[in-house]
Design a protein around this ligand. Structure first.
Ligand SMILES: Nc1nc2c(c(=O)[nH]1)N[C@H]1C(S)=C(S)[C@@H](COP(=O)(O)OP(=O)(O)OC[C@H]3O[C@@H](n4cnc5c(=O)[nH]c(N)nc54)[C@H](O)[C@@H]3O)O[C@H]1N2
Ligand SMILES: Nc1nc2c(c(=O)[nH]1)N[C@H]1C(S)=C(S)[C@@H](COP(=O)(O)OP(=O)(O)OC[C@H]3O[C@@H](n4cnc5c(=O)[nH]c(N)nc54)[C@H](O)[C@@H]3O)O[C@H]1N2
Ligand SMILES: [Mo]
Length: 834
């Protein structure tokens, strides 16, 4: 039987084959007989809290929630999140997986041949796959621990649903850490006694009142505060507006240390100090040297509150390696003029100085070092624990710095099994391998099972992963080095993805299950993120489109296949759970915050907790370090860490140090071959890959339908490139196309492509089916086609996406014909079968 005949046979059998026509989502809705009504409802998302008007069962208008005074313009993309041509319409299974199951030809993954199946069929296949993995490999064969930025909402949190349901089937490999702050959250507990990155920080009002200087180090809060972990109400923007006024009046000096001109710098009208990418530690050492040389450092604070300055000093002064970390030395590496380094030492010690660190600087090789060295600088300045002084690692994130209301937040749908519940497959035997691996090392594990690596003072042995399950995360966005991922995925027997859209992760999966968006279900969430200003009713706007289901419903049905539905839901439906989460929160706040009955709350759409009190981070420690010690081994700030020193790592010593990178621009290793540093910062107009699917909004920034690549004018001119050209960006790991935007904000030797650009590989003939090939060209501009997949160091083993060199040229077209391939990223697999 040839393939066509076989497919015909399949078509007449139980599961139909579809030629997916791109039917407009709006007409699909009409066909589903959506309810006719016309009202404003409340809801929220990472992008903001909103009021949404639905008309005839369709979302017609979106406006900000009354308490959001600074809405993000991403509000204009919200409608397109629901009605977009990349939505998954029904469960689908990769053709060869449907035919051969775990013996399928995995080199076909990514060739976009999918078959439509019923929910029952899909969930049964899913369960059978899990049975096979648990039987053949045990729990070390399954990784279901990868997490991500699933939609907001405490009930429908997709990661919780997937992990609880899969956990009822059997045990699996999990992760430790995250991509955001992997290096930072691992090193800082040794130095400052807590991860710091997700801790509430000194309140903005105290910073505005007390700081004389604010140093924004690798930090772009004006861009990054647009989204929040919960339903965001953007209160931090009020303080940024005040800061702008103070900068204008000369009351606060703000210095942005960044290779590029950031959105924040432009908004505040503040100063920039350009630094060569990845060289901040050298710059910091130069500043520290100057402080010591000029006797500017606070010896009393160092003595009373820290440990190990005397072990660090010989390194700084060059006693052990013969290199004095002078401003001259630092200037050569960092590109910052000697006079500027000297001035920084003076300015930072002259008056109250608040250091505000961004996170990007630690998503690079040796990303632990700048965080450690910045803490040392702050210690030398001596203002940790004072209002408007010291160091923060989070003021660009989720309203950190906006005083918290102090109310209890609602609980969430449980991620773990209830007490006494046991999985169907109960084995906890990981066959000598680790049950938890560093988050960004999973591709390494798939490629080299059994290998033992160092990680944070212990050894990790990679499990033999044969199956992956993803829900609420998009690893074909978030992980580095697509071509290496392709090789790894060929070693997997089964991949299951639950998502709203046909992301690249779905394309490289075997079973694809459609979840509905937040706007198609009821939920509850905090608004104001860290400010925790109140509770928001996230009211269902429209019925789930096509055959999509809520994550709750998907995994309830999956539990039913296992005969565990009641165990899973505890016998409660969506409405019961919402009421329970609300009522529990109400009891926790009893006597402190007034909350109405659930029904009233739901009708009015929110309950407001009110304003919070200002607060200074580390003030208790400063008041009395003996009574309020830090969580470090000594209870003090550890400039030298005996614990880390004893690990004996060559890439993370007992004190912070300048370590050369495997790839570095501006004269560093690899720059003779690929001279350009690519930064893949967080997007101004998306949340990672979320909202890239929102078509009309995407078209407000794309260039020739492609993701923008921001280029320096001199570099672009040298390469014969003008604004609007399609550019091929490449290195030895991969190649992509993107649209040229030329701007002086980007210095020579630096380009930017925002992460989250949907991966859209095409074969050498430009066809999307060829995207399965290793080395395929990305037609849209996903920067992770080019990034390096290495651990930050033996300590954190974290994501190092910013250690990445590339070059670029004007694109000559497919086989130099001048013909541009179509962008293959969107619209799903399209014509699924012949
Ligand atoms: N090169 C480079 N790479 C990076 C970074 C970088 O700076 N540079 N940053 C890293 C960082 S800090 C992060 S946090 C990660 C982000 O990586 P991810 O968190 O994986 O990225 P998202 O695009 O937010 O993926 C969320 C996915 O969940 C889906 N989703 C949304 N709501 C729901 C739902 O209700 N149910 C289900 N089932 N699915 C849903 C979305 O459609 C989307 O596909 O990327 C990392 N990768
Ligand atoms: N709009 C929007 N906001 C977001 C997100 C989003 O996707 N979109 N994602 C959220 C998430 S999950 C995270 S983790 C945070 C990310 O927060 P961050 O990681 O702090 O954000 P980025 O914008 O990637 O980088 C901040 C700045 O670091 C600079 N930088 C990069 N490398 C270096 C370096 O070597 N030295 C110096 N000095 N500067 C450097 C960049 O030029 C950029 O201006 O943002 C959150 N906020
Ligand atoms: Mo992140």
């Amino acid at each position: 039987m040839n393939r066509r005949d076989f497919l015909k046979g399949l078509a007449s059998a139980s599961y139909g084959i579809v030629g997916v026509s791109i039917l407009s989502p709006l007409s699909a809705l009409a066909a589903m007989g959506a309810k006719s009504n016309d009202e404003w409802l409340t809801t929220g998302s990472h992008f903001g809290a909103f009021k949404i008007k639905r008309k005839n069962g369709v979302i017609s208008e979106v406006k900000p929630f009354d308490r959001d005074q600074y809405p993000s313009d991403m509000i204009n993309g919200i409608k397109g999140l629901v009605y977009n041509p990349s939505r998954i319409r029904y469960p689908m299974v990769r053709l060869d997986f449907l035919l051969k199951g775990h013996k399928s030809d995995t080199t076909q993954r990514g060739d976009l041949r999918f078959v439509r199946v019923t929910w029952d069929k899909a969930l049964t296949l899913f369960k059978e796959s899990l049975d096979e993995i648990q039987t053949n490999y045990g729990p070390s064969g399954l990784h279901a621990g990868q997490t991500g930025w699933r939609a907001t909402g405490q009930l429908h949190s997709s990661t919780s649903h997937m992990q609880r349901a899969v956990g009822m089937h059997g045990n699996f490999v999990k992760k430790v850490g995250d991509y955001s702050t992997g290096a930072g959250q691992t090193i800082l507990p040794y130095i400052l006694g807590s991860t710091e990155v997700y801790a509430q920080g000194t309140s903005w009002p105290l910073i505005l009142e007390n700081s004389k200087t604010i140093v924004l180090w690798s930090n772009d809060p004006y861009k990054n505060l647009q989204v929040g972990w919960n339903a965001e109400t953007h209160e931090a923007y009020h303080y940024l507006a005040e800061l702008k006024e103070k900068v204008k009046r000369g009351e606060i000096r703000v210095i942005s240390i960044d290779p590029v001109v950031t959105k924040t710098q432009e908004y505040l009208g503040c100063e920039q100090i350009y630094v060569n990418p990845q060289t901040d530690v050298a710059l910091m050492l130069g500043i520290a040297y100057e402080m010591v040389n000029e006797n500017l450092h606070d010896k009393k604070f160092i003595d009373g509150y820290s440990l190990g300055f005397e072990q660090f000093l010989p390194y700084l002064l060059g006693a052990n390696d013969g290199i004095k970390k002078t401003p001259e030395w630092a200037s050569k590496i960092s590109g910052v003029p000697v006079a500027t380094i000297r001035e920084l030492a003076k300015v930072m010690t002259a008056g109250r100085t608040q250091m505000l660190m961004g996170w990007c600087i630690q998503r690079q090789q040796h990303g632990e070092q700048p965080y450690w060295m910045a803490a040392v600088l702050a210690t030398m300045v001596g203002q940790i624990g004072l209002p408007g002084g010291g160091i923060s690692y989070g003021h660009h994130y989720s309203s950190i710095g906006v005083p918290s209301s102090g109310a209890a937040a609602p609980g969430a749908f449980p991620r773990n099994l209830d007490e006494g519940q046991n999985p169907v497959f109960d084995s906890k035997d990981f066959k000598g391998a680790s049950s938890t691996i560093p988050v960004a090392r999973w591709i390494d594990a798939i490629l080299e099972p059994g290998k033992t690596i160092d990680a944070n003072g212990s050894k990790v042995t990679y499990p033999n992963i044969k199956m992956m399950i993803f829900s609420g995360n998009n690893p074909w966005n978030h992980h580095q080095d697509r071509n290496r991922m392709k090789e790894a995925f060929q070693k997997l027997e089964a991949v299951v993805t639950v998502d709203i859209n046909w992301t690249a992760t779905c394309r490289f999966s075997d079973i694809v299950l459609p979840a509905c968006t937040t706007f198609e279900r009821n939920d509850i969430d905090v608004y104001g993120s860290y400010a925790n200003r109140g509770l928001l009713a996230m009211q269902k706007m429209v019925e789930p489109l096509y055959e999509s289901l809520s994550d709750f419903e998907i995994f309830t049905r999956f539990a039913r296949v296992m005969g565990k539905e009641k165990e899973y839901t505890r016998g409660m439906n969506e409405q019961d759970w919402l009421k329970k989460l609300y009522d529990d929160c109400k009891s926790a706040n009893d006597g402190k915050f007034k909350m109405p009955e659930f029904e009233t709350f739901w009708q009015q759409g929110y309950v407001h907790f009110g304003e919070g009190k200002s607060w200074t981070r580390h003030s208790a420690f400063r008041e009395d370090p003996e009574i309020n010690p830090l969580g470090t081994p000594s209870g003090l700030i550890e400039i030298f860490s005996r614990k880390i020193d004893q690990y004996n790592y060559d890439d993370c010593l007992g004190h912070p140090a300048w370590l050369e990178k495997s790839e570095r621009s501006h004269g560093g290793p690899g720059s003779d071959k690929h001279p350009i540093w690519m930064q893949s910062c967080h997007p101004d107009k998306r949340l990672h890959s979320q909202m890239c699917e929102s078509k009309t909004f995407r078209e407000t920034y794309t260039v020739k339908g492609r993701e923008p690549v921001y280029l320096n004018p001199v570099d672009a001119k040298q390469r014969g490139i003008t604004e609007g050209d399609v550019v091929r960006v490449f290195n030895d790991r991969g190649q992509l196309l993107a649209g040229a935007v030329i701007s002086k904000k980007f210095p020579e030797g630096v380009i930017r492509i925002h992460e989250g650009a949907w991966y859209g590989p095409v074969g050498s003939d430009g066809k999307k089916e060829g995207g399965a090939e290793v080395g395929a060209l990305c037609s849209y501009g996903d920067p992770n086609t080019l990034t390096q997949d290495i651990g930050s160091s033996k300590l954190a083993q974290a994501c190092s996406a910013y250690t990445c060199l590339v070059d670029y040229e004007k694109y000559k077209g497919l086989n130099s014909t001048g013909k541009l391939p179509d962008v293959s990223s969107f619209n799903g697999p399209g014509e699924v079968l012949l």
